[in-house]
Design a protein around this ligand. Sequence first.
Ligand code: ATP
Length: 458
Amino acid sequence: MVPKKARVLVIDDDTDVLFAMRMLLKTEVQEVVTEKNPELLLSLLSKQRFDVIFLDMNYKSTLGSGNEGLYWLGRIREKDPTATVIMITAHGEVSTAVRSLKAGATDFVVKPWHNAQLLETLTAALEQLPAGGKAAPAPRRPASFAEFDLLGQSEAMQEVFHKIEKVAPTEANVLLLGENGTGKELVAKALHQRSFRAAKPFVTADLAAMSEGIFESELFGHKKGSFTDAREDRAGRFEAASGGTLFLDEIGNISLAQQAKLLTALQNRQVIPLGSNQPVPVDIRLISATNAPLYELAARSAFRKDLIYRLNTVEITLPPLRTRADDVLLLARHFAGLYAARNRKPAPTFEEATLLKLRHHSWPGNVRELQHAVERAVIMAEGDVLRPQDFHFSAMETAGPEAGSQWQLPEGPLQLQEVEKTTILRVIERHNGNITKAAKELGITRTALYRRLEKHDL
Ligand SMILES: Nc1ncnc2c1ncn2[C@@H]1O[C@H](COP(=O)(O)OP(=O)(O)OP(=O)(O)O)[C@@H](O)[C@H]1O
């Protein structure tokens, strides 16, 4: 549906917001109705059909919990499960807004909004409506982050992309969780590049690489002479990131003493360089990442809960690669093209058996491991077809965190034929191609194994 034909309802108890919305929308849509009192919402909906409802998250006059928007969203959806609702939310409420998406809201806009962005959100919501105007159950727009080299077609990654899209243009602190090599740094960069701070610096601090001795000077800066090697004044990463984004990587690795210092800086929004008593105000958007089980550490008092609350306004968990087999193939093809071009080779294709082998490897090093495995294979392969033997997984790589007892089923429908084929490949691989040993482990004769290899075209 096009905006010009749309009927829009705006519910907010702030009359300035209602006025601004009316001014903005009156030339863009067919009709704008504004209402200050959410109690009148349901009766309004009984009288008239709206294509889109903008619903404020907070109402001073009613429940006062900060979650009133969620309550009213629930009431709207009880009345009309297909209603298209866009939440209006303040900066500090982004995590509640994310919850509202799970509760059925189509989207949200953050106050104060950029007019162009609000209209974009409205148009996108209307595009999901059929021409007649009645909402279909909102299909989620597949997001593409190819511009940041961030690929993924699995549902889990689509969910991640959706969160990035929503959270990037806000000031919310974001905590990225996930195993090594799952793409946390790429996501941090995408969040920055899609934020209002994109023109300002993106500064990374790898906390795992900072010993107790240099932590403060690296993060908060130092004055000349404050320690033996301090030959001149130097700004720390916080100051360097001012106006932009600070990415604290491996946040789970720091000591309790370092956590306390970090918390103080975040709470006060200022840092005190070593050797100085002059606080320096800093304006940063914080993104942190860890592969450590932060909540377990907190339960054992090894990580401060109050620091977690500072970091995790929004949390994004990057799924391990072994749980998204479809992405393995997508990424493998992407990296194959990339490394072939880089090495001036023709783009290779993959044998079916190779794809199977890749699909069922446990990828303990996640995307980083896949990337290196494909690079190695592209360089070492004889022709331009990548065969199973072009991929060698060391015992360490094979014994990933989920290998063995916790081997996970691949995504998508499973066929017994495919499981058999994969098992055969894995066992042959385990025995370095020795058919006698493989047959013994599989509990069949050599001839029976050959027959099966033939059947599966291996
Ligand atoms: N979804 C993805 N699409 C394309 N490339 C990816 C994706 N995820 C990760 N990569 C690539 O994998 C490698 C590792 O990614 P990245 O450094 O972002 O992971 P990480 O989770 O931050 O790892 P670590 O915890 O070890 O620091 C990078 O080269 C990155 O480009």
